[in-house]
Design a protein around this ligand. Structure first.
Ligand code: F6P
Length: 507
């Protein structure tokens, strides 16, 4: 039976506390159910020279967690400067925020190489390796360079930008080549997969293959689209239970009958927080009858304090929130409540159920699970309205939301006004369509779909079923790799964008 080895920057190891965020939410269920090895950074930053070469291994439930510490310099350059100061803005198509320094790129690569070296001795024949996210783009190549031949899948949780944007950072051509060392590369949307395929061809010299695959270095690499999901029914239950919690009851009574607009995210330049406040300001200027009758609660938990653009955004947000309340508030009413620290997830669920409008308007987002959570949290008899950025990956599934362009304050104001005024019947109809899009999906099914596709991509022979595969997907039959000449003859001209369909496993 094959073991699943997950590799991610953050790891929810028992000793690390709950530091892994959205990624852990997506993977916890799969790992708890099937067991395996979860490898990555311990969350600890040690003085230079105080980090060991070997990973520290601890057991939690069915999972072995293996982690390495980072030095202060590695944390500053690999995590803060290159992952979050270059790759994050660039892949979100915000190259103007990028602060590039080739020394950071060098350390990013060194950390990936160090991770590969620490992981290799823990690997067994037959392990399936699943690498996650932009911190680890060169890891598959680093493992291959050490002779690792196991199937490797890579999943990018964030968007992938167009090739001309990507080219702004000198490393990207090489990083795309290194990603191609995997057998399967997964994305959140067809747009991300198409951008990657275009970049691989234009920058890295890959050649399009049949069935959404690319040829590179004599190998065939599959691309796939796997939108991350939430456990919708569980989240709905939590939201319902939490309406009776003291925190949610206090919020309700403090609103004193006003309608609540809710935003919840990490404080991040991609989330469109300033644009969102501009939308609220425009609403209150254009439709003054809302003054005194609506309150916006924005939870924007401070994150990545070591990155300049995050600290600058915090300062700008504080300024704009203060100005908004000062300009438009009254002695008896303030339009905005801003909370810049994390709020317990269960309390957020209950708060979502109180809100008349969920305002989820990132400038760009891989998926955005908050949008799905807002839908799940609603009372079907009296649901709130989701106002969603058309640039979030979730917009491709949640088409019954009010879709907006977050750069346009008037569009935001109009959508807010429409949402706040929307009658019960339309709210219910929209909610039913949104719920239908998420209710039968789950992180477990998502994870199993990826693993099934990885097996298929790597044409792995297994005696027993590896992980139970969801009913819609068949465990792929092992087929020998075809000779390159034959496969090469099948290269087709159809655009990848047309072939890659969201929610489907590609092969
Ligand atoms: O995919 C983006 C992501 O890496 C998530 O997995 C995670 O929840 C979030 O960003 C938080 O990032 P960080 O590890 O920098 O706190």
């Amino acid at each position: 039976m094959n073991r699943l080895v997950v590799v991610s920057n953050r790891v929810p190891a028992p000793s690390a506390g709950s530091q892994a965020g959205g990624l852990a939410v997506a993977l916890d269920g799969l790992m708890e159910k099937h067991g395996g090895l979860w490898f990555g950074w311990s969350g600890a930053v040690m003085p230079d020279g105080a980090t060991g070469r070997a990973a520290m291994v601890e057991r939690g439930g069915a999972v072995d967690y293996a982690t390495i510490d980072l030095t202060q310099e590695e944390h500053d350059r690999y995590y803060n400067a290159f992952s979050n100061g270059v790759l994050w803005p660039l892949l979100h198509t915000m190259p103007e925020l990028m602060q590039y320094d080739r020394r950071d790129a060098r350390v990013y690569r060194e950390v990936n190489a160090r991770m590969a070296a620490a992981l290799q001795p823990l690997l067994r024949a037959g392990d399936l390796i699943w690498v996650h996210d932009y911190h680890l783009m060169p890891l598959a190549a680093a493992l291959r360079a050490r002779g690792v031949r196991n199937p490797i899948g890579f999943f990018l949780h964030i968007p992938f930008c167009a090739p001309d944007v990507l080219a702004a950072a000198p490393e990207m051509t090489e990083l795309v080549r290194e990603m191609l060392a995997a057998d399967l590369i997964g994305f959140q949307t067809d747009n991300d997969a198409a951008n990657f395929a275009a970049s691989a061809q234009m920058l890295a010299g890959a050649v399009r293959g049949p069935g959404n695959s690319l040829f590179f270095g004599g190998r065939r690499v599959r691309l796939g689209v796997f939108p991350v999901e939430i456990e919708a029914r569980g989240f709905a239950r939590t939201a319902l239970e939490m309406t009776a919690s003291p925190a949610v009851r206090r919020l309700r009574s403090s609103l004193d009958g006003q309608r609540l607009i809710l935003g919840v995210e990490r404080l991040d330049p991609t989330k469109g927080l300033l644009q969102r406040l501009a939308g609220l300001r425009r609403l209150l200027e254009k439709r003054q009858d809302w003054c005194g009758h609506v309150t916006m609660l924005q939870i924007a938990a401070m994150s990545r304090k070591g990155v300049d653009s995050y600290r600058a955004l915090r300062a700008a947000l504080d300024r704009e929130a203060g100005a908004l309340n000062a300009d438009l508030g009254e002695p008896y009413w303030q339009p905005l409540r801003l909370v810049a620290h994390a709020v317990d997830r269960a309390v957020v669920a209950g708060t979502m159920r109180l809100a008349r409008v969920g305002l989820v308007t990132p400038l760009r987002d891989g998926m955005n699970l908050v949008a799905k959570e807002f839908v799940a949290a609603q009372d079907p008899a009296d649901p709130g309205v989701l106002v969603l950025s058309r640039f979030a990956g979730a917009a491709r599934q949640l088409e019954a939301a009010l879709l907006v362009n977050p750069h346009d304050p008037d569009a935001m104001a109009d959508a807010l006004d429409t949402g706040l005024r929307m009658g019960l019947e339309e709210r219910q109809a929209r909610w039913r369509a949104l719920w239908a899009a998420i209710q039968h999906r789950s992180p477990l099914v998502w994870g199993r779909s990826f693993v099934a596709a990885l097996l298929r991509a790597a044409a792995v022979h297994t005696v027993e079923p590896v992980l139970a595969v969801p009913p819609a997907l068949e465990l792929p039959r092992a087929t020998p790799r075809r000779p390159m000449e034959r496969v090469g003859a099948e290269i087709e001209a159809a655009t990848l964008a047309a072939m890659v369909k969201p929610g489907r496993v590609l092969n």
